[in-house]
Design a protein around this ligand. Structure first.
Ligand code: NAD
Ligand code: MG
Length: 407
């Protein structure tokens, strides 16, 4: 059984749905809460989580009358308790409290914690067979096939919330799996799409944070500028839909209107289009298997005028090449790719490395890891977490020499 339901066999259900949002204080969390706000009669919020923004979390918890609120930073428990005093809302703090939030009985869970920290909470929702809208691509990239196998075993339903994967999810329902030739995920190309390599090398944090089309969290915005995000998405598509690397193409499409396409055996290509607004794929996941009314702007193609496409440049954006390499290597290589990228992005934000060094650190970490003897497939969350942990240490130890090395 595939955990991603390629064809809907569920019937519409008018009952009130209980939902939990992991990462409620982030960008995806904000879009999700916005959709829930406009359909208060259809959803009841069971639990919300955040990392350290206690006041933002408490405000949402009170607004939605949730049953449980958890903050990942264990030092913030008293602040959260104080902020929720007299409301009757239970609260918790620390990584275990975020997992507890995911494990509580909600029909639908938005997994929108950023980074590999989202793995254990997402698994807690998966293990109880929930419907999980998966925005957190890093957890899938980190845990690989294992995540999807565990979802299938628990009878969990994984709905892709990432816009490209949601587009593929919608397009895939036009045919059967055996009729699929390839999928195409689009990429805006980010702010450095037309930049010369020397300028990309020296790009500043402020420049990397200026995404041309999407408004997103800091980590994913930097990943979009390096095209690491597209690399993570290639890996995400492979695991979500059981696709080989050669069945996944990336197409640069600066307008971000076509999000994903599926080519079938008769050469029909089915695409999903929409304005670049994450509330569209999230609304699809929230309503599924029905469609709900979305607040996003209507797509006006006449006004947009032109949709353009170009091939990705694997030389100027080596992160994309490394993602395909990691996928071909298997056996934890995508975990290493993700962990090294998280370390590299944090180092770039901290001013320790140049923008161009992000991919160099990822490549050096992958090389060092592939020379090591520990090349076994991942068979548990602890396996994935151990590889993730080792890769972070390895990346951190390589950091000083990468920081010094010229491009
Ligand atoms: P964000 O940084 O805006 O929000 C992240 C959320 O996770 C926040 O609520 C934060 O408090 C929480 N968080 C951070 N570290 C945590 C930790 N260690 N433990 C528990 N909670 C923690 O990020 P975002 O842009 O909303 O992205 C969230 C996820 O969705 C990422 O995996 C990203 O790749 C994916 N995604 C985002 C977009 C987008 O448009 N923003 C699109 C597609 C996919
Ligand atoms: Mg995406």
């Amino acid at each position: 059984m595939n955990a991603v339901p390629l064809r809907s066999n569920k019937t519409a259900n008018a009952a009130i749905r209980s939902v939990t949002v992991l990462g409620a204080t982030g960008s995806i969390g904000d879009s999700t809460m916005d959709l829930l706000r406009s359909a208060r009669d259809r959803y009841r919020v069971e639990a919300l989580t955040g990392n350290s923004n206690v006041q933002g979390l408490a405000k949402l918890a009170k607004e939605f009358g949730v049953r449980f609120a958890a903050v990942a930073d264990p030092a913030r428990l008293s602040e959260l308790r104080e902020a929720l005093a007299g409301t009757g809302i239970e609260c918790g703090a620390g990584a275990s409290a975020v997992i507890e939030a995911a494990a509580r009985p909600a029909d639908w869970v938005m997994a929108a914690v950023s980074g590999a920290a989202g793995l254990k909470p997402a698994l807690a929702a998966v293990d109880r067979g929930a419907t999980v809208a998966l925005a957190n691509k890093e957890c899938l990239v980190c845990a690989g096939d294992f995540f999807m196998q565990r979802a299938a075993k628990a009878g969990a339903c994984i709905l892709p919330a990432d816009s490209e994967h949601n587009a593929l999810f919608q397009a895939l329902s036009s045919g059967h799996r055996e009729e699929l030739v390839r999928v195409i995920i689009t990429a805006s190309g980010g702010p450095f799409r037309t930049w010369a390599p020397a300028d990309i090398e020296q790009a500043t944090l402020a420049q990397a944070l200026k995404h041309p089309n999407w408004s997103m969290g800091q980590k994913i915005t930097i990943d979009s500028a390096s095209m690491m995000n597209k690399g993570l998405e290639v890996i995400e598509a492979s695991y979500l839909f059981s696709l080989k690397p050669e069945e996944i193409d990336v197409l640069v499409h600066p307008q971000s209107i076509v999000h994903g396409m599926v080519e079938f055996s008769d050469r029909s290509v089915v695409a999903q289009l929409g304005t670049p607004d994450m509330r569209i794929p999230i609304a699809h996941c929230l309503g599924w298997p029905e469609r709900i009314k979305g607040p996003s702007a209507k797509l006006d193609l006449a006004k947009i005028g032109q949709l353009t496409f170009e091939a990705p440049d694997f030389e100027r954006f080596p992160g994309l090449r490394l993602a395909y390499e990691a996928l071909r290597m298997g056996r934890g290589a995508t975990t290493v790719f993700n962990a090294a990228n998280e370390v590299a992005v944090a180092a770039f934000i901290a001013g320790q490395i140049k923008f161009g060094a992000i991919a160099r650190l990822v490549e050096a970490t992958m090389e060092a890891w592939s020379r090591s003897t520990n090349l076994a497939p991942l068979s548990s969350a602890d396996d994935a977490i151990a590889v993730d942990h080792n890769a972070r240490n390895r990346a951190a130890s390589l950091l000083p020499q990468i920081a010094l090395r010229a491009s």
